[in-house]
Design a binder for this molecule. Structure first.
Ligand code: HAM
Length: 423
């Protein structure tokens, strides 16, 4: 056993699989960029208060999953458990909401929740998220959903389902929560559950215990309390999803794990992932900006779980491009000084080049060339250097051709551009 091991429950990606992770991530980022979302690079830790207020005191995330610590100046900081609160903080702090609306940003990186680890559930996990902040237009809701759906389709995923609901506007919420609280008063609950319900009665829909599930199956449904505006917006979202050919089911009992949601809420669920089936989710948040001290502006976004999406691709047997492919692998005979100099020259021309190090004999060097997955390989010894030409071997076919060293870069660039590259 290795002396040091990664902390329990973190996900990590290293060569052999990391290129697939990279591919999944870039597919989603490309989909976001194609709709005008721009990069937001934010701190990995924020003031604890931001998440407590933003994500909500009643959520599991805030109650028991945050990695909170005191820094040397006695401030309470927390590793980000999600991205939306930080984005909102930055939008307010840098006055981005005073420019053109909506503010459209994407982010990508690690997030932290102290959950019980299991397949697809980690304490450090990865998300790509987008947020469109500043306008309450159902067309934006559909755009956000479409960005995720296009990325999934681009990856080749088929066994997933989009679930949507409307959690109503703030007025809907107020009316509905009154009714729900009245109902909860009438059912038998232990003290802890009642306290939880007092913070946010919606959380009881998320309770996994069968007796609570049964009791909550009789509870009033928010969908029946939508204001005219909320109902119209939800109809618009459904109509546009149909027009775009994006399949969905309405799930009236969806409970999102974070408190800020209003209006459209959605989840993408994959059928091959067992208990941790949510590959992404999001929704609208009307009150969040004001809650964090900004204007009264609405926003909507999603967070897609890269770890689970990669598992989903693997479960569906999707063949993903390697992403990182070498153009040339050089096998030096002798010291290898010239091979390194030539490799650096070619790299400077934009080619991906590696070489054998460590005084390998020809046979060992050729084995490394095979394993490298490079498109071409070449041996570089005293003969090649004195004649000024090498034998370029196309690895897939074994075909050899003679190329002068002075023409090598141009020749490779020419051939690679005709190669049918993935990247
Ligand atoms: P969330 O539903 O908490 O939403 O997380 C989004 C996605 O992150 C989940 O669907 C899942 O794929 C992944 N995920 C969450 N927790 C874990 C974990 N412990 N291990 C592996 N994957 C995980 C949010 O985070 C919101 N900020 C999304 C959002 C953006 N809503 C509006 N804008």
């Amino acid at each position: 056993m290795a002396k040091y091991q990664a902390p329990k429950g973190v996900s990590e990606y290293y060569p052999g699989r990391s290129m697939y992770f990279d591919y999944v991530r870039s597919c989603i980022i490309e989909s976001a960029q194609s709709a005008g979302y721009q990069l937001m690079e934010l701190p990995i830790f924020e003031d604890t208060e931001l998440f407590a207020r933003g994500v909500g005191e009643s959520t599991d995330v805030v109650r028991k999953e945050m990695y909170t610590f005191e820094d040397r100046g006695g401030r309470s900081l927390t590793l980000r458990p999600e991205g939306t609160a930080g984005v909102m903080r930055a939008v307010i702090e840098h006055n981005l909401d005073r420019g053109q609306l909506p503010v459209k940003v994407f982010y990508s990186g690690a997030f932290f929740r102290a959950e019980r680890p299991q397949a697809g559930r980690y304490r450090q996990f990865y998300q790509v998220g987008i947020e469109a902040i500043g306008l309450a237009d159902p067309r934006i809701d559909v755009e956000v959903i479409a960005v995720a759906d296009r990325a999934f389709k681009e990856l080749g995923l088929t066994r997933y389902q989009l679930e949507i609901t409307s959690l109503g506007d703030l007025l809907t919420r107020e009316n509905y929560l009154k009714e729900l609280r009245a109902y909860i008063e009438t059912i038998p609950l232990d003290e802890e559950t009642r306290a939880r319900a007092a913070l946010n009665p919606l959380r009881l829909f998320d309770d996994k215990r069968s007796e609570i599930k049964k009791l909550m199956s009789q509870a009033p449904l928010l969908m029946d309390y939508l204001t005219v505006q909320s109902a119209e917006d939800f109809e618009k979202v459904k109509e546009l999803l149909i027009k775009l050919g994006i399949d969905f089911v309405v799930n009236n009992r969806m409970v999102r794990g974070l408190d800020y949601y209003t209006g459209t809420a959605f989840e993408f669920v994959h059928s091959e992932l067992g208990a941790q089936s949510g590959i992404g989710g999001g929704g609208r948040y009307d009150g969040l900006m004001a809650q964090l001290g900004g204007q009264e502006l609405s926003g909507i976004g999603f967070g897609l779980g890269l770890d689970r999406i990669l598992l989903a691709c693997e479960a569906e047997g999707i063949a993903m491009p390697e992403g990182f492919e070498l153009d040339l692998y050089i096998v030096p005979l002798g010291t290898g000084d010239e091979a390194l100099i030539i490799a650096e020259e070619l790299r400077g021309r934009g080619l991906r080049v590696d070489l054998a190090f460590g005084d390998k004999a020809l046979k060992g060097g050729m084995k490394s060339a095979d394993r490298s997955g490079a498109k071409y390989s070449a041996v570089l010894g005293a003969d090649e250097l004195s004649s000024g030409s090498i034998q370029l071997k196309e690895m897939q076919t074994g075909v050899m051709s003679s190329v002068t060293l002075s023409a090598l870069a141009n020749e490779l660039i020419e051939r690679i551009s005709n190669f049918g590259d993935f990247s």
